[in-house]
Every structure is written in structure tokens, then in C-alpha cells.
Ligand binder design. Structure first.
Ligand SMILES: Cc1cc2nc3c(=O)[nH]c(=O)nc-3n(C[C@H](O)[C@H](O)[C@H](O)COP(=O)(O)O)c2cc1C
Length: 371
């Protein structure tokens, strides 16, 4: 077993490999990432306050990628990166891989240069999956999947503008056309992408229906660079199942991490990583009541970070959105969300949380993924 935070990350990676779960992991972020789960970029959710809270559940010695919400490359060149909510970061954050949206060389080059030199990015992710109308009308996001040559060109222009690794997050595209998807990702690999994340739903599906994991396997088999699999993971068993089914190099989790941020701890425990710092003598929560109790605790931490970074109404809105996304896993989550909408400030929110979690609040393993 590990000595918390005393063994090198390399030793931990090797031990994770020994468990068989991360067996064929190809190196991500120049080999620095040694943990098989990362947070998904999510507008309104993957901000500094959530990242800080979630990081408290990362096992000691584990290194993974940390996203931002998608950042528009037409705006980043002139924005104040310290005060814009989407680009706020805290000094202790490492391994940040911000996600950019764009398709034009100059704004991309300026954006990437600022993120690399001023902001401290360690990688750049390009969004080729956003299906909202605005992205389609500007011809970026998932619209780029309609033009494989131009999409590869966008990777090429980004790679040219930075020394950092450049990745792409994409969908199954407009329709489930597997040969096209394979040709598309091979084009991105040839253009210099360092890894690919696939959320195998079509743009028309948005987040409805289920993710077709078999496409992750096909993509993994058709390129040499690492592949991150994403879609519908709710519990730690799903992480292992997705890796087993697709041989992907890492699993990206979005919505479920807003309900079960200790999923990182659970997976770490299953792989032989030590507990997160400060929790050395505890086991990861597992039962419905343990998970419900930890959820209350995680919300209090999030509230602290949200009030620090986003004072006032913006913070209240962000907190409520977070609760709306994660509360469906809680048996009485609808009541919790209703209470969060009634609270008029952070103090009232804290009181509402204390009251709600003064009783056992069981958490279910799965919920219908509607959001
Ligand atoms: C509220 C919300 C916002 C999202 N915003 C982004 C985004 O900015 N960029 C992106 O690539 N994907 C975005 N996604 C998609 C997620 O990254 C992820 O691919 C999707 O939720 C499937 O993963 P999951 O089943 O683990 O949630 C968003 C998803 C949600 C729920």
C-alpha cells in the first residue's frame, strides 16, 4: 500500500497499472496524468469554486486534468482573465487545460498565447462538440465536425501557436457515421492533436438518449494518441466498465461529479491510491446515507468557495445551478433545490443546508440523466 503523499506519482501510476484498470494507459499531458478520471468542461459548472472543492477529493499523489468552461476565443484576447468568471483560477490549481471555442487563426493564437503565458495553462482543449445554435451559426463547436479538413486546420493553427499539448473534445457528430468519425479523428491526430475526448452522442441528441460507448472503442483502435471516454458515468463501477469496454486512457465525468464529487476518492481507493489529504484515516463514502451526508458536506465547502470567488447574485445563481444538476441523485433532491431557490443570500443558504442535512438524506446510485 501507499504512504500518503510520500511515494512518487510515477510509483502510484505503476501501482494503478498493476491493478489492471489503467493497464494500457497512453501518456496524457506528457505522462504527468496518472489518474484515470477527470472533470468534464461544463458551462456554468466547471468553474474555480467547483474545481477547488472537487480537488479536495482527489487522492494524494493523483494527477489528472482540470478543465474550464468553454472560453470564446473572440473574447479571451481582451478580457480580464482574473475577474472574468470563466477564467478565474486559484494559485494552487495545477494541470489546468482550458477549453476554447473558435475557428479563426488570429483570435485562437492570441487566446492560446494568453492562456499559456499569463494564465498558466498546461494544455489547450478545442471544443468540437458544442451543439447550441450560436456555436453552429458561428461555425464552431460541433459545426467543425461537418468539415474534417477545416477541423484539422483549426488543430494545426492552435498547435502552431503554443508549446502546450492541444487536445480536441468532440461528439459522435451530426449522425452516427462511424467511418466518417474515424477519418475525422485521424485527421486531428495528423494535424498534431495530443489526445481526443469523445462524447459519443450526436449533436441532435444533445444530452438525451444514451452515449454509444462502442464508438469510443473504435476511435481508440484507430489512432495512436490517447483517447478519453465520456458519457453517462454515474458511479465508480461505470468508470471501470467504460475502461474495460473501450480500453480508453482516461474517463471524463460531467454531471455525476456534481452529485458525487468523492467518486474520485472511490476510484482512487479501488486502484490503491491513498485517501485525499486530510482524510487519511477514513474510507470513501459508499452507503446511501454516507453519500448523502458527504453531499451535504461537499455543498458547504462549495458554498465557501463560491462566496469567495463569486460574491452576490452571480454566486447564488451558480450555487443553485450546481444543486439543480446534482440534487436529482438525492431522494429528496427536489426539496433541497426548492430551498436553495428561496434562500436570498449565502447565510440563508448555509442555514437551509444545515437544516436539510440535519436528517439522513439518502443518495441513489443512479438517476435519469436529463440535464
Ligand atoms: C450544463 C452542461 C454544460 C456543458 N458545457 C460543455 C462545454 O462547455 N464544453 C464541452 O465540451 N462540453 C460541455 N458539456 C458536455 C459535457 O462536457 C459532457 O460531455 C456531457 O455532459 C456528457 O458527460 P456526462 O454524462 O458525464 O455528464 C456540458 C454539459 C452540461 C451538463
Amino acid at each position: 500500500m501507499f504512504q500518503a503523499a510520500t511515494e512518487s506519482t510515477e510509483a502510484i501510476a505503476i501501482s494503478a497499472v498493476k491493478t489492471g484498470v489503467a493497464r494500457n494507459q497512453r501518456p496524457i499531458l506528457g505522462g504527468k496524468a496518472n489518474f484515470p478520471v477527470c472533470l468534464a468542461p461544463m458551462v456554468g459548472l466547471s468553474h474555480v469554486a467547483f474545481r477547488r472543492m472537487l480537488r479536495e477529493y482527489l487522492p494524494s499523489g493523483a494527477v489528472t486534468l482540470w478543465p474550464t468552461e468553454m472560453l470564446n476565443s473572440r473574447r479571451v484576447p481582451t478580457e480580464n482573465l482574473k475577474t472574468t468568471p470563466e477564467t478565474m483560477r486559484s494559485n494552487e490549481e495545477t494541470h489546468l487545460v482550458p477549453q476554447i471555442l473558435g475557428n479563426e487563426e488570429e483570435p485562437i493564437a492570441l487566446t492560446v498565447a494568453r492562456l499559456e503565458k499569463e494564465w498558466g495553462a498546461e494544455g489547450i482543449d478545442i471544443n468540437m462538440g458544442c451543439p447550441v445554435k450560436k456555436a453552429l451559426s458561428h461555425n464552431y463547436g460541433v459545426a467543425l465536425m461537418g468539415d474534417a479538413k477545416y477541423a484539422a486546420e483549426v488543430v494545426r493553427m492552435t498547435v502552431k501557436a503554443t508549446k502546450l499539448p492541444v487536445s480536441v473534445k468532440l461528439r459522435a457528430g451530426h449522425q452516427n457515421d462511424l467511418p466518417y468519425l474515424i477519418e475525422f479523428v485521424q485527421g486531428l491526430e495528423n494535424a498534431g492533436a495530443s489526445w481526443i475526448t469523445l462524447h459519443p452522442r450526436t449533436s441532435a441528441q444533445k444530452r438525451r438518449g444514451s452515449a454509444d460507448w462502442s464508438q469510443i472503442r473504435s476511435v481508440r483502435e484507430s489512432i495512436r494518441i490517447p483517447v478519453i471516454g465520456n458519457g453517462d458515468v454515474q458511479i465508480s463501477d461505470d468508470v471501470h466498465a467504460l475502461i474495460a469496454a473501450t480500453d480508453c486512457d482516461m474517463v471524463m465525468v460531467g454531471r455525476a461529479l456534481t452529485a458525487r464529487p468523492w467518486l474520485l476518492w472511490q476510484v482512487g481507493e479501488e486502484l490503491g491510491f491513498p485517501p485525499p489529504p486530510g482524510r487519511e484515516f477514513e474510507k470513501a463514502p459508499r452507503t446511501p446515507d454516507e453519500e448523502g451526508q458527504e453531499y451535504g458536506r461537499s455543498l458547504k465547502r462549495l458554498l465557501t468557495f463560491v462566496s469567495e470567488h463569486f460574491p452576490g447574485d452571480l454566486g447564488l445563481r451558480k450555487f443553485r445551478f450546481y444543486v439543480r444538476t446534482g440534487a436529482p441523485w438525492l431522494v429528496f433532491g427536489h426539496d433541497l433545490y426548492a430551498r436553495s431557490t428561496k434562500a436570498k443570500n449565502f447565510d440563508e443558504l448555509a442555514i437551509a443546508l444545515d437544516d436539510f442535512f440535519s436528517r439522513a438524506q439518502p443518495m441513489s446510485l443512479r438517476t435519469e440523466l436529463r440535464q
